[in-house]
Design a binder for this molecule. Structure first.
Ligand SMILES: *Cc1c(COP(=O)(O)O)cnc(C)c1O
Length: 376
């Protein structure tokens, strides 16, 4: 039977050498690349952003409706410079990971959470929400097509980047009519394998009440790079953001939520419309309750942290996020002083990191049903 590489299909992926039954319930067109970049990736030296996988998923919103999805070689997108997102920034994204399991199958960590959060972000930016089946089927089919890109090394994974942007082409300050939902993926290793130094930010603001801090909006990052750049010049890895009004309360750290362990209590800033609701944070709070660790979600004053640093009651501090997973903090900068922070070997941070990792790689029981298995 002749198989075109470029075929509309409801049930099968057609490629040069492959016909895979798919689990997709949405109709999508799959075009397989003729020139794979897989051999260009050095899987022994994966940092973050080593290179993007061969294929992308794309689905467009036009005339008030989401169309059919398609998987195609990276770089097929052709869009003019009138692209709305570039001028007016209706753009939101997600970050999640697929993990190679002990039995060589592939599973994604809590993907429905990312789907929900993408739509929370979309609503704030007046972007149409992505239906669940388009998100989930796009994600799982793309991973199936690029399964060879899911690495097997220790602490490695396939980073998944679903994103959603305004794609009409005009320059007028009004919302776009057309939108594009796309997914690109990239094999990654660890983001911060060493503990990080953070600087308490006292002049720049990441998010203000009533703003878009709780949305994973592209512009939040654009607005934060200058502060991070300055902190890096001063020898830090990240900034520890404080509230917009007084710079008196701790909020979160760059790409991570943050936790302080004071006198054995796990204390993390309570969510607000200025803080991104991290899925790693949520998972760690669930594990902490399971382990009978005292948890407090509340506002934390900079003064309280500095006092705990000075009187030795700060046991440890760490960041939580998909990219870095758990990132121990070994120093906090405040008013031109750098306070060292303990990084215990058997503290909560490393125990959490280990527990999350063994669930994600299928090495321990998935008690909370967090793993979504991709059919091979
Ligand atoms: C994505 C992100 C996080 C972490 O969220 P996870 O779901 O744990 O990856 C934290 N803060 C900001 C600003 C983020 O963009």
């Amino acid at each position: 039977m002749y198989l075109s590489k470029d075929t509309w299909f409801p049930l099968y992926i057609y490629g040069p050498n492959l016909i895979l039954p798919t689990s997709s319930t949405v109709k999508m067109k799959i075009t397989i690349t003729e020139t794979s970049n897989l051999s260009k990736i050095d899987f022994n030296n994966l940092g973050f952003g080593a290179g993007l996988s061969d294929h992308v998923f794309v689905c467009e919103f036009k005339n008030g409706n989401w169309g059919e999805g398609r998987i195609e070689p990276y770089s097929h997108l052709s869009q003019g410079l009138g692209l709305h997102a570039l001028h007016y920034g209706q753009a939101v994204f997600e970050g999640q990971k697929a993990y190679r399991q002990k039995d060589d199958t592939i599973a994604i960590f809590r993907p429905e959470r990312n789907w929900k959060r993408l739509n929370t972000s979309a609503k704030r930016m007046l972007i149409p929400e992505v239906p669940k089946d388009i998100f989930m089927d796009g994600l799982t089919e793309l991973i199936r097509v690029d399964a060879k890109w899911v690495p097997r090394g220790e602490n490695q994974s396939l980073y998944l980047r679903p994103f959603l942007f305004s794609s009409s082409e005009f320059v007028a300050a009004r919302p776009s009519e057309e939108y594009t939902f796309a997914i690109v993926t990239s094999p990654v290793g660890e983001l911060y394998s060493k503990p990080v130094k953070v600087k308490i930010e006292q002049s720049f603001t990441r998010a203000a009440s009533g703003g878009v801090g709780y949305a994973k909006a592209a512009g939040n990052y654009g607005a934060s790079f200058l502060a991070t750049h300055n902190a890096v010049k001063e020898g830090f890895n990240q900034v520890l953001w404080t509230d917009h009004a007084e710079h008196n309360y701790l909020e979160e750290a760059g790409t991570m939520n943050v936790t302080f362990v004071i006198n054995g209590k796990l204390i993390t800033p309570i969510l607000s419309d200025r803080i991104l609701a991290g899925i790693t944070r949520d998972s760690i709070l669930i594990l902490a309750k399971e382990w009978n660790i005292a948890v407090e979600e509340r506002r934390i004053k900079v003064d309280e942290l500095i006092a705990a640093l000075k009187n030795g009651t700060l046991n440890e501090a760490f960041g939580m996020g998909t990219a870095a997973v758990v990132s121990q903090i070994n120093g906090i900068g405040f008013n031109d002083e750098i306070f060292p922070v303990p990084v215990p070997k058997n503290g909560i941070a490393l125990r959490m990191k280990e527990a999350l990792s063994s669930i994600r790689y299928g090495e321990s029981e998935d008690k909370f049903n967090w793993m979504h298995h991709v059919k091979s």
